[in-house]
Design a protein around this ligand. Structure first.
Ligand SMILES: [Zn+2]
Length: 156
């Protein structure tokens, strides 16, 4: 089995294909989007038309692989959103404006609710300020908790 095939199965990234991999102090995985349609990271706008041929080199830290830092790299296409202007396309595996994948952020946010900041910071090998930003992004995505659930927790 090829290394890229193995990583496609292990990482299981949504609508993304592993193109190449490099093993060193960290695992660097080059990926490409499966869809021709690009979407704006800030709204629902979608288009097949690129703004230009310039690419935006981007990297996201993913969950560690066998104790090594794993970084996903992608050359993103640029699109022109009527509302937000010219920007790099969104990716299905990370929240807009984040240097971490959604899986990595979800793990850090979950841990932040279970243990102290020093533990989260050491376990994820990021600063506590970074964990705070992840919590904010995750909170914006899910929104405030429904009153019924919050009320139930208060009664206990
Ligand atoms: Zn937009």
């Amino acid at each position: 089995m090829r290394a890229t095939t193995l990583l496609n199965r292990v990482l299981d990234l949504p609508k993304t294909t592993v193109r190449d991999v490099e093993f060193g102090d960290k695992v660097t995985v080059w990926v490409r989007p499966q869809q021709r349609v690009m979407s704006c990271p800030h709204c629902d706008f979608r288009t097949r038309h690129r703004y230009d041929t310039r690419m935006v080199d981007s990297a996201w830290r993913h969950l560690d692989l066998s104790g090594r830092v794993c970084v996903l790299k992608l050359r993103r296409r640029r699109l022109r959103c009527p509302e937000h202007g010219v920007l790099a396309e969104s990716v299905p595996f990370a929240r807009p404006g984040s240097g971490f994948t959604r899986d990595f952020e979800d793990l850090a946010v979950w841990l932040a609710g279970k243990c102290d900041k020093k533990t989260v910071s050491r376990f994820c090998r990021v600063t506590w300020r970074t964990v705070g930003a992840m919590c904010a992004r995750s909170g914006r995505e899910t929104g405030p908790r429904p009153a019924g659930r919050a009320g139930r927790h208060r009664r206990r």
